[in-house]
Design a protein around this ligand. Structure first.
Ligand code: HEM
Ligand code: HEM
Length: 132
């Protein structure tokens, strides 16, 4: 497996453990489940665990299923960094919102980085499966 695929899988498992731990903490301490912390939990699990796993497995499997090489490996490496920087930044933004009431701009900027990474993933895989 390519290095970035292995790292997508490793990090998705770390996000899963972190995101779920936050869920257990809510169950023990419901007062902690404010909007900022719930959004953190939701996105660590749904972007961090589910989407990052799908990014990694998608880059590995879809070219093999379709019998076509990945359109651009460099683009997938850029996407790897943007997705992880985006998610960690979004998490920090929600943390700031929860604790200091600031961080909306941090959330917006890193959310946009995350969104761009989703566009890169979509472009790369669509070019791959529809390629020659
Ligand atoms: C040990 C594992 C988990 C525990 C104990 C847990 C616990 C919780 C709790 C207590 C809440 C409610 C927070 C509130 O008061 O609003 C919550 C919300 C949520 N959790 Fe988890 N969670 C876990 C794993 C996951 C996973 C793996 C996912 C997704 C893949 C997930 C997705 C969500 C979502 C989407 C919400 C928000 C629902 C809404 O919009 O109200 N959780 N979780
Ligand atoms: C560029 C990527 C994304 C950005 C910037 C983003 C941003 C946001 C924001 C700002 C909220 C409102 C949080 C609040 O204050 O209550 C939200 C809620 C939510 N998002 Fe996302 N999101 C993204 C991707 C996703 C994805 C991929 C999923 C699922 C696979 C998802 C699932 C949810 C859910 C379930 C909620 C409701 C959470 C709650 O109950 O508080 N988001 N998102």
């Amino acid at each position: 497996m390519d290095k970035e695929v292995v790292w997508f899988i490793r990090l998705s498992i770390i996000y899963f453990v972190t995101g779920s731990l936050l869920g257990v903490m809510f169950a023990f301490n419901p007062g902690m489940a404010d909007a900022g912390h719930v959004a953190m939990h939701v996105h660590l699990n749904l972007i961090g665990w589910m989407s990052m796993m799908i990014f990694g497995v998608g880059y590995h499997i879809l070219p093999r299923f379709s019998g076509k090489p990945l359109y651009s490996r460099p683009l997938s490496i850029v996407q790897f960094w943007m997705a992880n920087v985006g998610l960690v930044g979004m998490t920090a933004g929600w943390g700031m919102l929860a604790h200091e009431g600031t961080g909306q701009m941090v959330l917006a900027v890193f959310g946009a980085v995350m969104f761009l990474s989703i566009l890169l993933f979509a472009f790369n895989l669509l070019k791959t499966v529809s390629g020659p």
